[in-house]
Each structure stands twice: as structure tokens, then as C-alpha cells.
Design a protein around this ligand. Structure first.
Ligand code: FAD
Length: 535
């Protein structure tokens, strides 16, 4: 028979996770993951609701605790980028402060797996259950059970991890998972035949339609918030025993120099959103989002990825801006606000795809016939791409900006991904991993989705014969070479626009800047050949 998908296994558990009325809850634990906020979190909302029900009904001493687990294996991946580590730790610290105002302790624990495939084995589930049972309020008069809530994560390993934990539930240990990460829950939008769409445009039409029919009050989509003006726990006593100690080793990895990273708090996330709308940048989105030196996009991605803000809040903001519609009443054509919301929908799209085709979260291309492409995989060319020494000014500027700031725009990502996978014929997964290490907003579904799109190996992707022409991309999106001059200091005093777009030829020299490592025309032909052969 057909093997059930991990998302289906999880959904089966979710269906029967409601507590029966006889269960007496002593401690509610919300396990924070990529949802580092208090506002609009489905899991936290239900944790608080059940906590208050327990306090009112059976156990006035029932309390809420917050938990964050540092999975040593995953966290080490952050160490490659000081930017990422700093942002993650700042976000955690600001969450701890917000929770403290509600008298809720944040407990941070380190899980050191014995095996590489950690979270799928029952090793984690057993460790986790013991940890949670240890949090039960020993002073409470009634010895009740512990209820753990969490928001679902859609990567295959994470789905199996949760399914495994469900397998360890008993009368003392209850576990609940909620759908929270997407604006529209994965699986809710299907074709007439009931299957997942593989093309964005018809899927997006359904997405808009779904929001229209399921609209909640004044908002396009319902949110989950609770009253944060009153403490949730009676006192701070529990805080004394909580240990928020990061392993020394992680802290010592933080770079000493000042890093220009975005402030990582829930409040800042909302301010960034407001600024994008109030400054009217959102209204220039269509026209300016691709111009490389303008930074005219929202810069919300690191907040969305770490869960400092929900995409529901972002979509609702667009909805209000457009006169309570995703599409503006006065404009027949797509307007800027709608197009912005449409980009946010791409994030849902890639997550829905990953749930339906779990192999896409496991290093396999959506179009698996492209796994046969004979990549050239020249390590030296790859190294030069990583550090921005390809001799193609636009690519080098992008790669250096990524290394120095942890952020590049969507246009930048498409340009450099096309160059690596097509002109350099390097396996897209090498680039995907490099991005994951360095992007502040690194997210498996969006990143492999974006790489799949640009390298013509993914879902609803560019046709393989579409190879970005670096010269034209520069002409269109960096017409005066301002972006290149900013990020490639060797070229900062160059006025010759041809050099800024195409790099230098043999005859010229520019402060040690070398000529391109590939010829654009030849490498294009070579790429087309390799793709044709595999497909
Ligand atoms: P805006 O243009 O202001 O968009 C608002 C939000 O919509 C973003 O914050 C993001 O959450 C979502 N979004 C926008 N475009 C996309 C898209 N194409 N796909 C999915 N979601 C989108 N996005 C990530 O969040 N993490 C990644 O690791 C990532 N890797 C990428 C790799 C490649 C090769 C490509 C081509 C795209 C990738 N993207 C990724 C998508 C997109 O480039 C970024 O989300 C966007 O550039 C972030 O900047 P912003 O917040 O200013 O975006």
C-alpha cells in the first residue's frame, strides 16, 4: 500500500488531541520553536486557554512554562555565521523578557543527540518526555498531568519527531500540535481532483478565494491572541529554578565586532511592517522591488522565519491598506499591495509543496529527473562564487553583500542562483547549503523552493533554457552600477559602465579585480546541453 505522508500522520494525531473533561492539568508547557512571539500564535493561544480553564476549574495553582530546546546539531549550523547566531540569541532573549512580564519562565535546554538522525528516533521523544514530566509543579496540592503545546513545523524530520512524541503520550503526559506557520493551512487548497497544486497561479487564486470565504470580522484571516496585560502565573517563584544558560561554547563563538543586524524583537517586527506601509514603500513595490540598490522590499523575512511575526499579521495589514480587500477596489490590474501579499503567499506555497512531497525537504529535487544532471561541480569555481570573486561584478556584489549582512533581495537571489547552477554548472544544492548557512532568513522550504525555481529543478520553475543574462540583469536592475560600486570596492572608482556590467577584459586591470571565470555565452550553451541530456 501507499505509505502515509508524515503530515497525514501528524494530522491524525491532531484530530484526537483534545483533552477529555476529566483530565486534571497541573502544568502547561508551550514549546517555542520557530514561533518566538506572544502575539498571534495558535499553539500559545491554546496553551493559555487551557491553562485558564484548568485554573478556573480544577486547579488554581496550574501554571504555564515556556520551553526552548537547543538542538545541538542544528544550532551548530548557526555557528558558521555570527550574524545568524547573534540574531537567534537576541530573539530568544527578547522572548524571555516578554514572558517574564507575564510571570512565565523560559526554560532553555540543550539536547545533545547520540546519533545523526536525532529527532526521528525515539531517543529524543524519551528525553523530551522526561524533561516535561520534570517540570510538573511539585508543590501543587493535586498531582496533575503536564500538557505540552507546540506549533507544527513542516520539514520531514520535524514532522516525524512530533509523530514520535505523540506515541509517548499517557495519562500524565499530553501533547498537542497546532497549525500556525502558514496563512492558509497546508492541505486546505486542492485541485478539483483533491490533489496539491503544482503550479503557483491557480493555487494562488484558490488562496485568495479561501481567505475571502473564511474571512474573520475585519481581518482577511483569523488571528490568535490573548490578553497580555495580566500575568498568567500567580508569582515568579518558578523563575528562580529556571535555567537560561547558554552553553559557554556558543556564546564564545559570537564575533566581538559590532554586527549590523536587525533588532530581533517581536515589537521591532511590527515596527518594520508598519514602516514598510507608512513610508509608502509598499506602494512602490511593483516598480522598485527589483532595483538592487534601493532596498524597497519589506525586509520582514528574518522576522517571519524566526516567528517574531506571523504572516497572518502581514497579510491582514495589506488587506486593510487595500480597503479591506486583497485586491484594490479601484484597480483592475494587480496593484503593489496585492503583489506584496502574493509574495507572502509564495512562502505558503513552498510549505504546502514540502508537506505533500516530503522528499523535497531531504535534498532531492522536486523534478527528480534533474537528479541525473551531470554537474561540473568545480570546487574552485564554487569557492570563488561563495566569496564573490567570479569576476562578474553583479554576482560578486551580491555574494559579498550576503556574506557581510546575511541578507540579499529576491532579485539578487535569483541572479546569483542562476549563475551558479547554470553558468558554473554547480549542483544547486551546494548553493542552497551556502545560502542556508548565511541567510538570516534561511528557511528550508523557501530556500530549496527558490533554488529549485532558479536552477529549473524545482516546482513551477523557470524553463531550463532560461539562463539569466548577467549583462541584461545589470542593465535592468543596476542601470548605473551603483550596487556594484557599493559592494565591490575594487570597482568603486570605475565610470566605464561596460566594465561595471560585464567585468574587465584581458587588457584592463582594476585594483586586482580579475576577469570573469567563465564566458557567459559558452557556459550557457554547456548548461543547456547538460540539462537536455538529463531530461
Ligand atoms: P518581500 O519582497 O518584502 O516579501 C515579503 C515576504 O514574503 C518575505 O519576507 C517572505 O516571507 C515572503 N516571500 C517573498 N518572496 C518569496 C519567495 N519567492 N518565496 C517564498 N517566500 C517569499 N526566503 C526566505 O524566507 N528564506 C530563504 O531561505 C529564501 N531563500 C531563497 C533562495 C532563492 C534562490 C530565492 C530565489 C529566493 C529565496 N527566498 C527565501 C525568497 C525571497 O527571496 C525572500 O523571502 C525575500 O527576498 C526576503 O526579503 P523581504 O522580506 O524584503 O521580501
Amino acid at each position: 500500500g501507499k505509505r502515509p505522508k508524515p503530515i497525514d500522520l501528524l494530522n491524525n494525531h491532531i484530530k484526537s488531541q483534545k483533552l477529555d473533561s476529566k483530565t486534571s492539568i497541573d502544568t502547561v508547557v508551550h514549546w517555542f520553536r520557530t514561533d518566538l512571539r506572544l502575539g498571534d500564535s495558535a499553539g500559545l493561544f491554546h496553551a493559555v486557554k487551557q491553562l485558564q480553564a484548568a485554573q478556573n476549574k480544577s486547579n488554581k495553582d496550574a501554571r504555564l512554562m515556556a520551553l526552548y530546546i537547543i538542538n545541538e546539531h542544528d544550532f551548530r549550523a548557526h555557528l558558521d555565521s555570527g550574524w545568524k547566531l547573534r540574531f537567534a540569541l537576541d530573539a530568544l532573549e527578547s522572548l524571555r523578557e516578554s514572558l517574564r512580564k507575564l510571570n512565565v519562565p523560559l526554560i532553555v535546554r540543550l539536547f545533545e543527540p547520540k546519533e545523526a538522525l536525532l529527532s526521528r528516533s525515539s531517543e529524543f521523544a524519551t528525553w523530551f518526555k522526561d524533561l516535561c514530566l520534570g517540570l510538573v509543579n511539585k508543590k501543587s496540592s493535586k498531582s496533575g498531568a503536564v500538557l505540552v503545546t507546540a506549533n507544527a513545523q513542516y520539514e520531514t524530520d520535524e514532522l516525524y519527531r512530533d509523530v514520535n512524541i505523540f506515541g509517548h503520550c499517557d495519562s500524565q503526559f499530553h501533547f498537542q500540535v497546532y497549525h500556525d506557520q502558514c496563512t492558509v493551512v497546508p492541505g486546505a487548497l486542492t485541485t478539483g481532483k483533491g490533489s496539491q497544486y503544482t503550479v503557483f497561479t491557480p493555487w494562488y487564486k484558490k488562496w485568495v478565494e479561501y481567505l475571502k470565504t473564511n474571512q474573520s470580522g475585519k481581518d482577511a484571516v483569523a488571528t490568535f491572541s490573548f490578553d497580555t496585560s495580566k500575568p498568567l502565573n500567580a508569582d515568579l517563584e518558578a523563575l528562580e529554578s529556571c535555567d537560561y544558560v547558554l552553553p559557554e561554547e556558543f556564546v564564545s563563538y559570537l564575533p566581538n565586532e559590532h554586527l549590523d543586524i536587525p533588532p530581533a524583537t517581536e515589537q521591532d517586527a511590527h515596527e518594520v511592517l508598519e514602516h514598510f506601509f507608512k513610508s509608502k514603500k509598499v506602494h512602490d513595490y511593483n516598480e522598485k522591488k527589483d532595483i538592487l540598490n534601493l532596498d524597497n522590499t519589506s525586509h520582514l523575512s528574518c522576522y517571519i522565519t524566526s516567528g517574531l511575526i506571523s504572516t497572518r499579521a502581514v497579510v491582514n495589514r495589506g488587506y486593510h491598506e487595500n480597503g479591506n480587500s486583497l485586491m484594490h477596489k479601484d484597480i483592475k490590474q494587480n496593484n503593489s499591495v496585492e503583489n506584496f501579499a502574493k509574495e507572502v503567499a509564495w512562502r505558503d506555497f513552498y510549505k504546502h509543496i514540502m508537506c505533500n512531497w516530503p522528499y523535497t525537504s531531504m535534498d532531492v529535487a522536486f523534478k527528480f529527473e534533474t537528479m541525473d544532471i551531470k554537474w561540473e561541480n568545480d570546487p574552485e569555481k564554487f569557492r570563488k562564487w561563495c566569496v564573490g570573486e567570479t569576476g562578474l561584478p553583479i554576482v560578486d556584489a551580491i555574494q559579498r553583500k550576503l556574506l557581510y549582512t546575511g541578507y540579499i533581495s529576491n532579485r539578487c537571489r535569483m541572479i546569483t542562483a542562476s549563475f551558479l547552477s547554470k553558468n558554473l554548472l554547480v549542483d544547486w544544492r551546494w548553493g542552497e547549503r551556502w545560502f542556508r548557512k548565511h541567510l538570516l532568513d534561511a528557511d528550508l522550504a523557501s530556500n530549496s523552493g527558490g533554488w529549485g525555481f532558479s536552477s529549473s529543478t524545482g516546482v513551477d520553475c523557470q524553463p531550463y533554457f532560461r539562463v539569466f543574462n548577467m549583462k541584461l540583469q545589470s542593465e535592468k536592475y543596476d542601470p548605473k552600477g551603483a550596487f556594484v560600486r557599493e559592494w565591490v570596492p575594487e570597482l568603486k572608482d570605475i565610470d566605464n559602465i561596460k566594465i561595471l556590467r560585464e567585468g574587465i577584459s584581458n587588457a584592463t586591470k582594476a585594483n586586482g579585480y580579475s576577469q570573469p571565470i567563465v564566458d557567459l555565452k559558452d557556459s550557457r550553451e554547456k548548461a543547456l546541453e547538460a540539462f537536455r541530456e538529463a531530461m
